[in-house]
Design a binder for this molecule. Sequence first.
Ligand SMILES: CC(C)(COP(=O)(O)OP(=O)(O)OC[C@H]1O[C@@H](n2cnc3c(N)ncnc32)[C@H](O)[C@@H]1OP(=O)(O)O)[C@@H](O)C(=O)NCCC(=O)NCCS
Length: 152
Amino acid sequence: MKPMMKQYEIVETAIEDYPACMALFGGQCPFAETCLTQRKTGDREAYLLRVNGEIVSECHLVYDNPEYGTIPGRRAYFSRMITKKEYRRQGYGEAMARFILALAKEKGYAEIALGVNCDNDPALRLYQKLGFSVYAEAEDDYGKYYRMEKKL
Ligand SMILES: CC(C)(COP(=O)(O)OP(=O)(O)OC[C@H]1O[C@@H](n2cnc3c(N)ncnc32)[C@H](O)[C@@H]1OP(=O)(O)O)[C@@H](O)C(=O)NCCC(=O)NCCS
């Protein structure tokens, strides 16, 4: 049986908190440098879900980066979703994701897009559950991935 979800809080991390905002992906994250640059220009915000002060999930909202399929003022990008291993399958990832979707909508975005490796079944299922659908398939240095989108 799944453990019960505990009370949690979701907070935005300040740039000064770096590398705390990368606590779950770790310093080896190949996108760490890009993420930090985008946070400095205000194009990316990083959010953490915490349980009793412990970081459990992380997710970012990206506003302006056409490479990711963003359209200024219309389509945002959902990025770096992760839940700490020992807390997976307990609903925290979904809670974090729903927070980010609501935030993008509140900020006036009509759509949100993301990229996910074709073989990442847990993430694909999460995104399908949230109402994302695949609109293209692509390939980069990390292999084949789907581009997904959702109307907000
Ligand atoms: C993908 C990930 C963020 C999901 O986080 P999570 O906290 O475990 O997700 P939740 O417990 O909230 O699950 C929500 C839904 O996602 C789907 N899901 C999550 N993990 C799953 C798994 N292992 N197998 C099948 N479906 C899964 C289910 O639909 C689930 O809903 P359900 O419990 O009602 O069946 C987590 O597996 C993770 O951190 N993976 C490594 C990092 C990663 O790949 N990030 C995605 C980058 S695109």
